[in-house]
Design a protein around this ligand. Sequence first.
Ligand SMILES: [Zn+2]
Length: 174
Amino acid sequence: MFIAHLPAGYLISRFIARGRPAQSDAILATGIVCSVLPDFDLAYFYLVDGRQTPHHGYWTHTPLFWLVVATVLALMLTMSGRRNQLVLVWVGLANVMLHLLMDSVAADIRWLHPFSDLRVNLVHVPALYKPWYLNFLFHWTFVAELLIVLSAAVAAAIDWRRWRGRAVAVPAIR
Ligand SMILES: [Zn+2]
């Protein structure tokens, strides 16, 4: 998916942040960054690899890599007595997995790598237009992306109003 990763990350992260007011800012920030974290490999794709391998084929787009990273981080936090920050690892992992799930719609993701080379690609987007990204913009899956963006925009507007209401109310009480 193109534009829906970050909005979807916002939606799942604000859900996880509910009931954790002390950590909600950190949860939202971590979740939003991690919602697009796998695509940081595009820098390698363009700058180093010379667009030789599709970036969905890199280990940064394999679930096991992120499971290992999350497990190591969780162990480090636990051993250093910072268990209250474990929620940040889980929100990060949830967002990365959601990213890979969304990528599996129109791109092929190797969910079982390195144990199997099975590629999960739910919908094949035919190459009809140039430049290449128009194939995705004119495909029906883009409607799903727009719906996610719209849902996140509504949620963000609600959160913004709530936040402003609180920011205005606090000085009034004092
Ligand atoms: Zn991706």
